[in-house]
Ligand binder design. Sequence first.
Ligand SMILES: [Zn+2]
Length: 196
Amino acid sequence: MTTENRGTVKVENGRYRVTGNFHYIYPNEAIRDADGNLIGVTNPRDVTHIHSYGGEAPFFENLSKGKLLGTKCANPKCDAHESIFIPYRIHCPDCLMRCEQIDLTELAQQGASVHTFMITERTGAFNTLEKPIRFVNVEFDGVSTILMGYLSVGEPVIGMKVVPIFQTKKPTYTIMDISWVPLGTVAEDLPEGFSF
Ligand SMILES: [Zn+2]
């Protein structure tokens, strides 16, 4: 079974141009009980998903450059005017106006703290983070929302100060490109490819 000619996507004139294969099927196997009776089969499949980022694309692009973007409601008539959102919201949830993009990198470097956390060995399919994963909910001064992330160094404590680190050497262009470490962590202790 081969997976050559795996699917790729290019954009021409604002449209996806899809070439290659996005689905592969592999030979199945019988599942039998202790007496040799057929119980079922495995169905190995390999699927390439196309994940469109839409208006959130600048957020992921900027993670790869070591920047954390958020958004802000810039509508003076909105009750939530000047509210800052991270995760990056394209539209204000109160007035539905398109939000303004703002750079929160410096704020995160100064004033982020662990709101709460969760340590887990059970991570779900295709999660490639090292186990146990230390998920942290990160709180920023002056920001209305809380960002979910993962701690790469040390053990999480509620209220502990953390700073962002970014995968800028080999970015994946996903949320995995940002992680958190305790304030005061030295560069030599960061995971491979990550920098402040
Ligand atoms: Zn608004």
